[in-house]
Design a protein around this ligand. Structure first.
Ligand SMILES: Cc1cc2nc3c(=O)[nH]c(=O)nc-3n(C[C@H](O)[C@H](O)[C@H](O)COP(=O)(O)O)c2cc1C
Length: 353
């Protein structure tokens, strides 16, 4: 564990530091493509308890060219701090240029993706394919390090596959070239989102590295948070799908780590958050369309509905009867219809707040 990491009453970390950036609590929102845009990050921040946020990954090449679409994707709110903007790619010079742009935008931290399993990204040797090219990892981190002054971090999986679980080596190389914190998702690229839980590579990286390590993978509640922290000795936790299912996970884990009662989430909390998210999607997509050109009318509605459906897939899991309304929402043809379904569902007696 890093000497600057602060332990709470349970003897587990509650706060970490990446160079001079204080991450308090040491519970951060994972980068998730198609999910952690401004609207989702606003939802998570409004609920509270998150120590730092990450953007979705952004192609270094597009950002280096200054393409509007990708520059917009790197946008964050002025009070969203600390915030990391994540870039991916395989060309050190382009990633260095992308990192410069990220720094110019005012991001707290530049993060390099070395964990994405997608075929498209790996085909170009970005994402987790980099874990098979240690010399390229060194070259990328060195080039990006030389290009920016803000703290630099990397995120990776435990390895490419069961035969190459080399995260401690790759993380060490990244550290020696100037990375100031590392996040490790316990799965290998071959595990996809399955695999049998094994956090030993995170623990080995914690032993080997002198920079803070964030543990990642299936942290969804205080119980799974405790397991990750105790079994690896990591400095903090990154949470992805757990936040889609319940953005209150940060407050709940944080309260537990501080020895405080874990806050309950009511049906009204869930309804309000879902509806606020839909509104947030509409306004965010109207201001910051993902594609080129503006989104209006039908396209805006479809884009907002797409985002809303994606969140509902996870968000209604913990609500009694949630499966049924989720199916209906997934079949709905407009954002207004989906909204009405959610309002009706939560208005039923058994869900009344
Ligand atoms: C929909 C989705 C999109 C993701 N996109 C990214 C990404 O852009 N960059 C990245 O480093 N990881 C990405 N990930 C991986 C997550 O950041 C995280 O490592 C993984 O989901 C494991 O954590 P969890 O079990 O808390 O979700 C994505 C995961 C999901 C589910």
């Amino acid at each position: 564990m890093h000497p600057s990491t602060v332990l709470g009453p349970r003897g587990l970390p509650v706060r970490l530091q990446i160079r001079d950036v204080v991450v308090d609590p040491g519970l951060v929102l994972a980068p998730m493509e198609g999910v952690t845009d401004l609207a989702f990050r606003r939802l998570v921040r409004a609920v509270g308890g998150v120590g730092m946020t990450w953007t979705e990954f952004i192609p270094g090449e597009g950002l280096a060219r200054g393409d509007d679409r990708w520059v917009r994707m790197a946008a964050f709110d002025p009070d969203e701090r600390p915030v990391a903007v994540q870039v991916y790619g395989r060309d050190p010079a382009l990633l260095a240029e992308a990192a410069r742009r990220v720094q110019d935008l005012g991001a707290t931290i530049v993060d390099i993706n070395m964990g994405c399993p997608s075929k498209k990204v790996c085909a170009h040797s970005g994402g987790s394919a980099l874990m098979r090219e240690p010399a390229l990892v060194a070259a990328i981190v060195r080039a990006v390090r030389a290009a920016v002054e803000v703290p630099l971090t990397v995120k990776m999986r435990s390895g490419f596959d069961a035969g190459q679980r080399n995260a401690p080596d790759i993380a060490f190389i990244a550290q020696e070239e100037g990375a100031e914190a590392v996040t490790i998702h316990w799965r290998t690229r071959a595990d996809g989102y399955g695999g049998e839980r094994a956090v030993d590579r995170i623990a080995a990286a914690v032993d080997r590295l002198s920079v803070p390590v964030l543990g990642n993978g299936d942290v969804v509640d205080p119980h799974s948070a405790e397991a990750m922290l105790r079994q690896t000795g990591c400095d903090g936790l990154m949470i992805g799908r757990g936040a889609m299912r319940s953005p209150w996970v940060f407050r709940q884990v944080g309260a537990w780590l501080h020895g405080l009662p874990v806050p309950e989430v009511t049906a009204a909390d869930r309804r309000d958050a879902l509806l606020a998210y839909l509104d947030g999607c509409r306004s965010h997509l109207a201001d910051n369309p993902r594609g080129r050109g503006g989104l209006d009318g039908g396209r805006l509605d479809r884009a907002a509905l797409g985002r809303f459906k994606q969140l509902c897939k996870h968000f209604l899991d913990d609500v009694p009867g949630g499966q049924e309304v989720r199916t209906q929402v997934l079949r709905s043809g407009s954002a207004a219809q989906a909204e009405a379904l959610v309002v009706d569902f939560f208005a039923r007696d058994e869900h009344a707040a």
